[in-house]
Design a binder for this molecule. Structure first.
Ligand code: ADP
Ligand code: MG
Length: 739
């Protein structure tokens, strides 16, 4: 008998095991059992040969139509050709032999049905498989291929490789299934409640189904396994996190927070009040808060973060705010210092009595400024320390770190989160993670499943609407002219404009390329085949800025911003734009996250089809932040009706970030959404799809939560405990590989 953890070679032998490991990385019995068929051929139903494309490795079911054999012209040996058919199309199988190939001729006789596997190519206008592997489906002369092998009506077709064919995999699967002894990790009660079949049944049913119902039942159960296991891990993490002690920082009446609230020029929205209250309560507890705050672009997350930080400072601790880019760190520093006024000027003339200090720590600080910031953090003088990745460096120390706030989480991995938290010494700081990209519920449950969640759904009152239009620059060049005309009009009214390009371009003495400071989101549009512009490179900041200054926007104050500028120049450009002394900022996506200039009203996005849906939504959120209406123009040369255009139309049609993030998820590979930091998670989800299996994931989460609450160490569920251990080891291994 074999169990899932056994090495494959012990069960199927070295010879069969080797190609499985080499080509498909299947080492243990469980790996092979979770290498699921891609599809099923129904016995006797021929594969549509017209669907084949060159270069593909395929396994087709077809019937031999005719065969020919001839000697090779220049060498000894023969060429044997069999033409197979699906009833309409033809496919030529070519075999080269050293001698005569009579034996093949005896096997591949007209009328015989078989599975043929190889790489598709075209030779002299005919589709062919050169030297395919094959397996005949009729119990013909060769008794080894007898009926027993293909007793089932449904023939699984596996993801295969050059080294190993689908039916070789199928054969190993059968050997394993015959000796497999699985214990079911899922508690009986849960299976019963959700009508799930046993694991042994499900594995048999997915590999050797009797009918479609069998496949469905088995898949459903195996999806549950994936969701449930992951949720058990997350539930354990939540529980473990809750057990970490933290210093309670209850609200202090008459402290900085009260003074800050009194200074606020607006009322908090209901959502802000609710989220704020949740956070305030959790900060007062003696175990660490782990909360995700998600909200639409412009919903006012920063204020919530500042209020949480001040509560901690009032309680004698420090707070660190981690931002993904230098531009954003600078902006936070400026706006928070400004909002605090005298409350942030401890030790300065005019500083309030209870005041604290705000320090900024980024990679580009001069030596003196850096030393000062490090000192303020280490001594505790700075209650609030804002920074980029530089905050994670070893030299950075805090006197008493009580709260870590991470802005725009999607750019940080779990390990960075932990690196910063580790600076709190004993115990743990409270943690607040903010994400600007609204995430569908299931993704939140899967990727951020170890965090509690607050969501801001409304925007502050008085926000002006944003109108979005697609500008089809190829079909209607005059629309582009009109775009620049609009920019001039807005500038004439004293307002400002962003023009975003996908690329920096060739500055003097530097190479061309995408903006490196913006290493965050994978740009899915990038490899979209029907993308605009054919072979031309994407529009570049430096080129366009030059053109506009000389042409369409002559006379306006145009500045450029991108990740290759020296940091202090970046900062001064941003400052100038914020101060209104620049009319038009031509920039890369460094402005994507968080940048807040209320006087900016127009966002022009060039080659908009090169950006992902969520990214466009983020960019658009940079305008319409003040009293004036926002306008977002998506300039593209992508063809009307094509996929890229549909994506842009969708962005133009709604301002609902949650809707758009679902769309984004549909269009990206799931692995990209789960993110690089979640490598193990990616490979553990084989059948589960985050969008379609929402209910299932929700149910699995509830069950997992109950189970783990009652039995945190899974002492009563040894099989489940083993499965969890295997998952974690794998996640760990993949993480190390990546690092
Ligand atoms: P985001 O959630 O995208 O990070 P911000 O925190 O940058 O949004 O807030 C966007 C703008 O809205 C800021 O200028 C902020 O001062 C302002 N703001 C925040 N909350 C409110 C509110 N309740 N009423 C009015 N304006 C607000
Ligand atoms: Mg923000």
């Amino acid at each position: 008998m074999a169990i899932l953890e056994d090495p494959l070679r012990l069960v199927i032998g070295d010879k069969a095991a080797k190609p499985l490991e080499k080509a498909l990385e299947l080492r243990a019995v469980g790996d092979l059992m979770r290498h699921y068929p891609r599809r099923y051929e129904t016995r006797g139903e021929l594969t549509d040969l017209a669907s084949l494309t060159d270069g593909e490795y395929v396994t087709v079911q077809a019937e031999v139509a005719k065969v020919t054999s001839r000697p090779m012209r220049n060498r000894r040996g023969s060429i044997f050709e069999a033409t197979v058919t699906d009833g309409h199309g033809m496919l030529v199988l070519t075999f080269f032999g050293r001698g005569r190939q009579d034996w093949r001729e005896r096997q591949l006789t007209p009328g015989v049905l078989g599975l043929f596997s190889g790489q598709v190519s075209t030779f002299r206008g005919k589709r062919q498989l050169a030297h395919p592997e094959y397996e005949l489906l009729d119990a013909g002369e060769d008794a080894a291929h007898a009926a027993a092998e293909y007793a089932a009506e449904m023939i699984p077709v596996y993801p295969a490789a050059k080294e190993i064919t689908s039916w070789q995999i199928a054969r190993s699967v059968r050997v394993v299934l015959d000796v497999l002894d699985v214990e079911d990790p899922m508690p009986r009660a849960i299976r019963d409640r959700h009508g799930l079949c046993g694991l042994a049944d499900a594995l048999r049913g997915i590999h050797r189904p009797v009918d479609w119902a069998d496949v469905q039942r088995s898949r459903h159960r195996l999806k549950w396994d994936e969701a449930f296991l992951l949720q058990v891990v997350l539930a354990q993490r939540r529980l473990a996190a809750a057990a970490y002690s933290a210093t309670p920082r209850p609200r202090t009446p008459g402290g900085l927070l009260d003074a800050y609230d009194a200074r606020l020029p607006f009322e908090l929205t209901v959502g802000q009040q609710l989220a704020g209250a949740q956070i305030a309560d959790e900060l007062a507890l003696d175990h660490a808060m782990h909360r995700l705050l998600q909200g639409e672009v412009g919903s006012g997350k920063t204020v919530i973060a500042v209020r949480a930080m001040l509560q901690v400072v009032d309680g004698g601790g420090q707070a660190a705010l981690l931002a993904p880019t230098e531009v954003l760190a600078q902006q936070h520093y400026r706006s928070i210092t400004e909002q605090l006024g005298p409350l942030g000027q401890a030790g300065e003339l005019g500083g309030a009595e209870t005041a604290t200090r705000v320090a900024l720590l980024t990679g580009s600080l001069g030596a003196a400024a850096r030393r000062r910031a490090l000192l303020e953090a280490a001594s505790g003088t700075a209650g609030i320390v804002i920074g980029t990745h530089a905050l994670l460096e070893e030299q950075v120390q805090f006197a008493d770190l009580g709260l870590v706030v991470i802005d725009e989480q999607h750019r940080f991995g779990v390990e960075q989160r932990d690196a910063l938290r580790a600076k709190a010494g004993e115990g743990r700081p409270h943690l607040l993670v903010m994400t600007a990209t609204p995430i569908p519920r299931t993704v939140a449950m899967t990727v951020f499943g170890d965090l509690e969640m607050s969501t801001l759904t409304e925007l502050p009152a008085g926000r002006s609407p944003i109108a979005t239009h697609v500008v089809p620059a190829a079909e209607k060049p005059h629309y582009l002219e009109r775009t620049w005309h609009r920019v001039r009009e807005e500038a004439g009214r004293g307002r400002q404009c962003y023009v975003v390009c996908p690329r920096i371009g060739d500055g003097p003495g530097s190479v061309s390329g995408p903006d490196t400071e913006d290493a965050g989101q994978a740009d899915t549009a990038q490899d979209d085949a029907e993308q605009a512009g054919g072979g031309r490179p994407p529009i570049a900041v430096l080129d366009l800025a030059d053109d506009l200054e000389r042409g369409a926007l002559a006379g306006l104050r145009v500045a450029v911003l991108h990740g290759r500028l020296p940091p202090d120049e970046k900062d001064s450009v941003m400052l100038a734009f914020a101060a209104g002394s620049v009319d038009v900022l031509v920039t890369t996506t460094v402005v994507e996250v968080g940048v807040d200039v209320p006087n900016a009203t127009v966002m022009v996005i060039m080659d908009a089809d090169r950006f992902g849906v969520s990214q466009l939504h983020q960019l658009r959120g940079r305008v319409g932040r003040g009293r004036h209406e926002g306008l977002c123009l998506l300039v593209t040369e992508a063809e009307a009706g094509g996929k890229s255009r549909q994506r842009l139309d969708a962005v133009a049609a709604t301002l609902d970030g949650f809707k758009l993030s679902r769309l984004d998820l549909e269009q990206r590979r799931e692995g990209d959404v789960l993110g690089a930091a979640q490598a193990g998670r990616r490979s553990s989800l084989k059948l589960l799809t985050l969008l379609q299996d929402e209910d299932l994931i929700g149910d699995a989460r509830k069950e997992a939560q109950h189970l783990v609450e009652a039995d945190p160490a899974l002492a009563g569920q040894p099989t489940l405990a083993t499965a969890v251990r295997v998952l974690l080891e794998r996640e760990q291994a993949e993480y190390l590989e990546k690092a």
